[in-house]
Design a protein around this ligand. Structure first.
Ligand code: GLY
Length: 370
C-alpha cells in the first residue's frame, strides 16, 4: 500500500530532518512513499505440487532463495528448474509431452525487472532446463530470443549437456497412443490388430479425448509453469517455461517464450505470465496488456480479467467456442503488482500457487465465468 503525503507534511518532515524545504517549482504534488514490501512468489498451481524427489516445491525454493539474498530472477529460475526436471509434470521440461513427431521441443523466457534484462528460447531440443538457457540469453548476449538449432548450439557452447531424447517412458507411451488414434493405418494397436481400424480423428480431437480418458492430465494439454516474484526491495522478475501444446506441429511456438505474451515484467508496475492456450494469448499479447493495466493503477485481479475479456471478444471462430458462445479452451494469468498484491485469473474456476512469510499454499484464481 502507498502512503500519499501532503506538501505541508513533506516540508515539515524535511525541516525536522534538517533538510532545506524544496522550492515550489521542484515539488510535485503526487509523491507516494511505498511502505515496506512483503516478499511474495506466485506461480501456476504446478509450482506448489511437484518436488522432483526433493523437499520443496518451486514457490518454496524461489521464496527461500529470494529472501536470503539470491538475485530475484535466479531464485525464480531455481524454482521452475524443479518442475522442468520432474517427469511427473508432463507439460514442462524433461518428460513433457512431445510434438507430433515424438520430439520434445521446449520454450521459455524470463525478465529481470531492475536490470531490464530479457531472454528466451523457443523450439529448443535436448536441454531439460530451457529457463537456464533463456537466462543466459538475457545475461550473456545482445539478443532476446534464440530458436531451434541456434538455441541448441548456444546451449552447447555455454556448457549444457545436449540429450538425445527428453522423452520418458510415460511421454513416449502417450505419444504412441496418440499416433494410434490419429494414424491408425500405420500404427496398429497390437491387441486389436484383427478388428476394423478406428476412424482417424483430428489431432486435437484425439488429444482432448485422451485427456478425458485419463491418458493426459487435462491441465497438461497446453501445460506450462509461470512464476513471478517481488522481493523486499520491491524488485520484480518472472519466468515462464513449457513443453508447449501436446502433439504440436514440429516447430510450433506458443506464447511462453514471447515477451509480452507468456510473460511481461516492468519493475515500476508489476509482472504477469500465463498458462493455457498459447495461440489465444499470442493474438492478444495479454501479459503486456495486464502490466499496462497495473501501471494505470488497476488491481491485479481486474487487470487480469480485462485481458480475459479481450481474449473472449477476439475469439469468434465457432471451433473455439462452446455452446454458450464462450471460449472453449483454458487460459490462466498470474499477476503481481508493485505493492506485492497478487491474483490468478482464468476463464473458469482454477488455482494458483503462492509463497510468502506464511508459507506455501494454493489459492483460488478469479474466474471470468462461474
Ligand atoms: N501456453 C503454452 C503453449 O501454448 O505453448
Amino acid at each position: 500500500m502507498s502512503q500519499k503525503l501532503s506538501r505541508r507534511s513533506l516540508i515539515a518532515a524535511g525541516v525536522s530532518a534538517g533538510l532545506a524545504p524544496l522550492a515550489k517549482s521542484e515539488f510535485t504534488t503526487n509523491i507516494f512513499i511505498p511502505k515496506a514490501i512483503n516478499p511474495v512468489v506466485i506461480s501456476s498451481a504446478n509450482g506448489n505440487s511437484v518436488k522432483n524427489g526433493g523437499s520443496e516445491t518451486c514457490v518454496q525454493t524461489a521464496f527461500r532463495l529470494m529472501t536470503s539474498g539470491t538475485d530475484i530472477l535466479e531464485s525464480l529460475i531455481a524454482g521452475v528448474n524443479i518442475v522442468e526436471s520432474d517427469p511427473a509434470d508432463t507439460s514442462v521440461g524433461y518428460g513433457g509431452i512431445p510434438n507430433a513427431h515424438g520430439v520434445v521441443q521446449l520454450d521459455s523466457c524470463c525478465m529481470h525487472g531492475p536490470k531490464k534484462w530479457a531472454g528466451g528460447v523457443a523450439a529448443l531440443e535436448g536441454v531439460r532446463n530451457p529457463s537456464k538457457v533463456a537466462h543466459l540469453v538475457a545475461t550473456s548476449t545482445d539478443h532476446h530470443l534464440l530458436v531451434g538449432k541456434g538455441a541448441q548450439d548456444f546451449a552447447r557452447n555455454m556448457g549444457f549437456e545436449i540429450e538425445a531424447d527428453l522423452n520418458t517412458e510415460r511421454s513416449r507411451k502417450v505419444w504412441l497412443e496418440w499416433l494410434r488414434r490419429t494414424d491408425p493405418e500405420h500404427y496398429l494397436d497390437p491387441s486389436k490388430r484383427h478388428s476394423p481400424p478406428p476412424t482417424a480423428k483430428s489431432g486435437m480431437e484425439a488429444t482432448l479425448a485422451m485427456a478425458q480418458e485419463g491418458w493426459l492430465d487435462p491441465e497438461h494439454v497446453w501445460g506450462t509453469i509461470n512464476c513471478n516474484g517481488i522481493n523486499a526491495n520491491g524488485d520484480i522478475a518472472g519466468v515462464t517455461t513449457t513443453s508447449g501444446l501436446a502433439f504440436k506441429i514440429p516447430g510450433r511456438v506458443g506464447d511462453s517464450p514471447i515477451l509480452g505474451a507468456g510473460l511481461y515484467v516492468a519493475n515500476e508496475a508489476g509482472a504477469a505470465g500465463s498458462t493455457g492456450r498459447g495461440e489465444a494469448n499470442l493474438f492478444n499479447l495479454c501479459s503486456y496488456l495486464i502490466v499496462e493495466e497495473l501501471r494505470r493503477g488497476a488491481h491485479p485481479k481486474d487487470a487480469g480479467l480485462a485481458a480475459l475479456k479481450r481474449v473472449a471478444v477476439n475469439t469468434i471462430e465457432p471451433r473455439l467456442l462452446n455452446e454458450r458462445g464462450r471460449p472453449n479452451f483454458g487460459l490462466n494469468f498470474y499477476i503481481l503488482d508493485k505493492q506485492g498484491r497478487h491474483a490468478g485469473v482464468a476463464f473458469t474456476p482454477s488455482r494458483y500457487a503462492v509463497c510468502d512469510a506464511n508459507g506455501p499454499r494454493t489459492e483460488n484464481s478469479e474466474p471470468l465465468y462461474q
